[in-house]
Write a protein that binds this ligand. Sequence first.
Ligand code: COA
Length: 131
Amino acid sequence: MIHAAFGGLTPPSGVLKETVADFARRQREGFVLVAMVDERFAGSMFCAVKDGALYLTRMATHPDWQKRGVGRALMAAAEQEARAMHLPKLLIRVRKNLPGNLAYFSKLGFAVTGEGADPGRPPYDVMERAL
Ligand SMILES: CC(C)(COP(=O)(O)OP(=O)(O)OC[C@H]1O[C@@H](n2cnc3c(N)ncnc32)[C@H](O)[C@@H]1OP(=O)(O)O)[C@@H](O)C(=O)NCCC(=O)NCCS
């Protein structure tokens, strides 16, 4: 499901090289939220505490379910979890070459607070949403 969601990105996302073991490791570092429709995975989001925030990675909605509110529901669940953990904000990294995602997270209330780049990977904006 995650590979299907990220499959259309250019240049290809590093997610596509990740295996079940990688996703399991990510889950152990925090927790994963999943959206189900009729017992099938429609979306997911990995969450971990980082820099005093709930850090969200690999947010994905299956292509069959995009733009139907799954992402918004995942974000609402992440907000609920962060509040329960008394964390003051949500944090996400958004690749600079994906302006659609910048627009998407802006619409969900996030603002750019920084930027960065990992070796060999496209640069990204750091976006945060205060709770
Ligand atoms: C980003 C992603 C998770 C969004 O999930 P989604 O389930 O389609 O999002 P939603 O349906 O909840 O959209 C919420 C709102 O944003 C809007 N929206 C969706 N995609 C958008 C975009 N690219 N730009 C601007 N707005 C967008 C929707 O129309 C909706 O608006 P509404 O609530 O007023 O109707 C999904 O497009 C995806 O899996 N993309 C590929 C993987 C990826 O890039 N993940 C993010 C990594 S940082």
